[in-house]
Structure formats: C-alpha cells, structure tokens
Design a protein around this ligand. Structure first.
Ligand SMILES: Nc1ncnc2c1ncn2[C@@H]1O[C@H](COP(=O)(O)OP(=O)(O)OP(=O)(O)O)[C@@H](O)[C@H]1O
Length: 499
C-alpha cells in the first residue's frame, strides 16, 4: 500500500484516479494544480506522484523538476492526453519513472504504478551515498551535510547543538570520519554522566597515587584521543571549575594529568555537543563566554525532527530495514495510516524516539504490516491542528469507506476491461450502510489515537465534500443540502481548507 498524490486540473480525472488507486489498496490525496501539489508533498508522506503534464500555472514537467529537486526519492509518473515524444524525453530526463497517455489501458497503468513503487521501495532504504550513516534528504539536512563536508578537513573546534536525539553524536562521528585524522581515535565522553571529582581525571588523566584509588597511571580523554578527535557530549553540564580548567587547556594547548608535574601537549581536535542553548546559559551566568567562543569556532545547529518532518518516511524505512534485519524477519511496510500518525506526531525525543517506536513496532507487529496500534507514542504530544493535518486532509479523497464523489461518465477515460475497470461505477453512497459511509474513525484504537476533535473534523470535512460532490461543486446547493447558510458553509470550507 502506497501513498499517492494525484495532480490534475480536471476534477473528473482526479476523482477517477482516486477511486481507481484506492481500489488497488493505495491511499490517495489529490491536488488541482502544481502549486497545491508542492504544498501537499511537503506536508504529507507521498511515495508516488501521478501528474497531468498540461495544467494551467505550473506544468507537470515543472512540478516534476521542483519536487525532484526537493525529494529525489519520490517516484513520479506523468500523464497526458497528447502523446508528444518531446514531452516523453523531457519527462524521463527530469527523473520521471514513466509516462502514460490517455486514454488509459487499465492493465498498463496498474503495471507502471506497480513498477514505480517497487523501484522506489528498493531505493528507499538506501541512504545517500555521501553520508550513508545519516539519513535525511530535507533541505535542513542538506545544509548539515554541506557544513560537515566543509568543516571536516579543517582542525576547527566544532560545537554541535540541538535537542536530544537529533543525531549530534552521529554528526560528530561523521566529521571525524571525513577528517584528515579519520584513522586516529574518536573518543567520546558524556560530561554529565561523571561527577566533577572524577571528571578532571577522566579528561586529563592521573598518575599513580594522586588520589585514593589511583593505583596506576591512567590516560584521560585528551591522551586517548591524541592525534584524533575528543568528543565532549553534554558540555552545557560542566561545572564552573571544569569550565575554567578546560578553557586553560584550550588556550595553552597543554594540560597536566591529575597529580602530575609534567605537562602534556593537547594534540586532539575538540568537538563538543549540547542540547542547551549556550548563549542563554552565558546570559544566565552558567557558562563561560570565553570558553564558548573557543569551542564554537564552527557552531552546527541540528534541526529537530519536527522541523524536517519530510525526512520521517525515509527514516521509517531505514529503521524498518535495520530492525527487521536484526530480528531476521522480512521488512514489514508501514501502513499509510501508521505513517500519517507518525507524520502528525511531535517527536519530543527526535530521531532516537522514532527509532525506538519503529524497533518496538517491528517487534510487536503480528501481521506483515505495521499498524497504528503497533506504534507507541506519547499521545499528548500530537501536533494540534497542524497545517499538515488540515491541508492534507482537506484535499484527502474519500477513503474506501467514505462517500464516493460524483464522477461524470463523459470525462471518464477508457479503462479497458480489467477488474478495476469503471471502478465503483454504479455505486451511489446509498448502496452502502450509512454508518460505513459517514465513518471517520474505523476502529476504537483509531478514535482514541486521533482524539475526538480530529475525528469530528475529518467527519465534517467528508460530509461537506460529499455534499459538494453531490451538488456538482456548487456551494449554494451544497449549503441547501446540508441545511446551512451559504456563509456558514463558506466559513467551514475555509476553516477546513477545502477550496
Ligand atoms: N539522521 C539520522 N539518521 C539515522 N539515525 C539517526 C539520525 N539521527 C539520529 N539517529 C539515531 O538516533 C539515535 C540518537 O542519536 P545521537 O545519540 O547521535 O543523538 P544526540 O543528539 O547526540 O542525543 P543526546 O543529546 O541525547 O546525546 C542514535 O541511535 C542515532 O543512530
């Protein structure tokens, strides 16, 4: 099951493709133009885009070029009523997977979609070549990769900051691995995990007999990292005393092990990390400004996962692969609702939390697909009425249990005679039991996962879309059907982002 974005300025074509793709088991969203599609592709997890080429405003080819620049992993199929070989060449050159012409042959369309999704699936879990260990293709991560590449070959001290679990240690290691001292040791130390009395010895080492328990000479972090990189994590937790000692070491490029009278040269690159905002700690008098400037020659701020939510599907695939391999089971796909739940979650614990959620999901999934029930999230941190939720859901087509919109037969292309031909033809909403048509939560778990407000909002949206489809998109008529004033319906459609 994949998440597909259909882009066509013709309503009948969008509706037709939506129904056809849903019958194939995919989850579908649609947009009437390239501009809307750009927004939706940012805000919604999308595996495949199927777009018309000729549309007013942004053409399908422009959309392809722009989306591919932002999300190279996206599968893309272009459709046109005019079979022009120039368009076909351009489409393929710009990275479209394939190109189909109207009228469709249903088997052909199904085959192309299947092949595009299979190709994407095989590529999805491949991290980008330059940074195989760091997953992310968002513009935010591209900036980080660029910074890593530029700073790695230099000896500059780097301060990496960002929320817990954003990958600070991963980035520190990546800088070391691409530095000129990559073959030398990378030695991490978590400053907050060691009491002040021991930290000095851990950093600078000690000589035998320097304190009770010092039964032999012991090298500290800076000696162990000699020639390589010393990584000091949670630097914001250092006490004033250790801050002063560290500053002196950085100024003089030498230090003295505890109890020793001999100085040792500092011969390691220093990378530090913190989840605090050190500028604020300086103002509050908790962190030395002079030390900060020594450490943060190059500061790198890692974005939270919320800020780069577009990377979530890629990370999900990566962790699904990692943990299913570890368990020796086939890689289970994430259900599209499961992915939607993840896309709307805040991730206070960032990538580390996502990794834990997927690890548990893989272990707990009894079927061959990960369902929302298998994802344990702290529900109070769900994004509330986020733009993503609203925009995506506003244009979200009816799910298999939702009302089918009107489909003018005249605009329906030739579907051939496959099983999906004329999908849904002849079904009016009245053919289905009412509770099924107007259902917004499909299970108790879904209701409690999403909460009443969200479920009611989705239900309201579906009912309005249903009335609009029944009224051939006339708001006046839809308002009459729903026994609302025109103004009230207009207010609601605006609020729900239906336009
Ligand atoms: N971009 C990423 N791609 C793949 N895995 C990631 C990414 N970012 C973080 N991780 C994984 O998330 C976990 C936490 O990462 P890491 O320890 O580097 O975070 P951190 O910011 O240093 O956390 P803390 O502030 O708590 O020390 C690790 O298992 C790491 O491999």
């Amino acid at each position: 099951m994949a998440s597909i974005l259909v882009v066509d300025d013709e309503l009948s074509m969008r509706e037709f493709l939506t129904i056809f793709l849903e019958k194939l088991g995919h989850s579908v969203i649609s947009a009437a133009n390239g501009e809307k599609a750009m927004v939706m592709a940012q805000e919604h997890p999308v595996d495949l885009v199927i777009s018309d080429i000729r549309m007013p405003g942004m053409s399908g080819l422009d959309l392809l070029a722009r989306l591919k620049a932002q999300k190279p992993e996206l599968a893309f199929i272009l459709i046109t009523a005019f079979a022009s070989p120039e368009d076909a060449v351009l489409a393929m050159k710009n990275g479209a997977f394939d190109y189909i012409t109207k009228p469709f042959n249903v088997d052909e369309v199904r085959r192309i979609i299947q092949a595009a999704l299979e190709k994407k699936q095989s590529q999805a879990a491949e991290p980008i070549d330059d940074f195989p260990e760091i997953i992310g293709q968002s513009p935010e991560m591209m900036k980080i990769f660029d910074l890593i590449k530029r700073v790695a070959p230099t000896p500059a001290n780097v301060l990496i900051y960002g929320e817990s679990g954003t990958g600070k240690e991963l980035v520190a290691q990546a800088i070391h691995n691409r530095s000129q001292v990559a073959r030398k040791p990378f030695v991490p130390i978590i400053c907050s995990a060691i009491p002040e009395t021991l930290l000095e010895s851990e950093l600078f080492g000690h000589v035998k007999g320097s304190f009770t328990g010092a039964i032999a000479d012991k090298p500290g972090l800076f000696q162990l990292a000699s020639g390589g990189t010393a990584f000091l994590d949670e630097i914001g937790e250092l006490t004033p005393l250790i801050q002063t000692k560290l500053l002196r070491v950085l100024q003089e490029r030498e230090f003295m092990p505890v109890g020793s009278t001999k100085t040792v040269q500092l011969n390691a690159r220093i990378i530090t990390a913190t989840n605090r905002i050190l500028e604020q700690e300086i103002i509050a008098g908790n962190f030395r400004e002079d030390l900060y400037y020594r450490l943060a020659v190059v500061p790198i701020r890692l974005p939270s996962l919320r800020e780069r939510a577009g990377d979530i599907p890629l990370l999900v695939d990566y962790f699904l692969k990692k943990y299913s391999e570890r368990l020796g089971t086939p890689m289970p796909p994430m259900s599209s609702y499961g992915m939607e739940v993840l896309m709307q979650y805040d991730f206070p614990g960032n990538v580390r939390e996502l990794e834990n959620i997927i690890e548990r999901g893989v272990a707990m999934s009894s079927s061959n697909i990960i369902l929302p029930d298998n994802l344990i999230l702290s529900s109070h941190r769900r994004k509330q009425n986020s733009a993503a939720t609203t925009a995506a859901a506003a244009l979200e087509p009816a799910s298999p249990t939702a009302p089918e919109p009107a489909r003018p037969d005249a605009a329906r292309p030739d579907l051939g005679s496959g099983p999906a031909a004329g999908a849904g033809a002849g079904h009016s909403p009245a053919d289905k039991p009412e509770q099924e048509i107007f259902l917004a939560a499909h299970s108790e778990a879904e209701l409690y996962e999403r909460g009443l407000d969200e479920v009611l909002e989705q239900l309201e949206r579906r009912l309005i879309l249903h009335a609009l489809a029944k009224a051939d998109n006339s708001k006046t008529r839809a308002a009459e059907l729903l026994k609302l004033s025109f103004r009230s319906l207009r207010y609601k459609t605006k609020k729900l982002g239906i336009d």
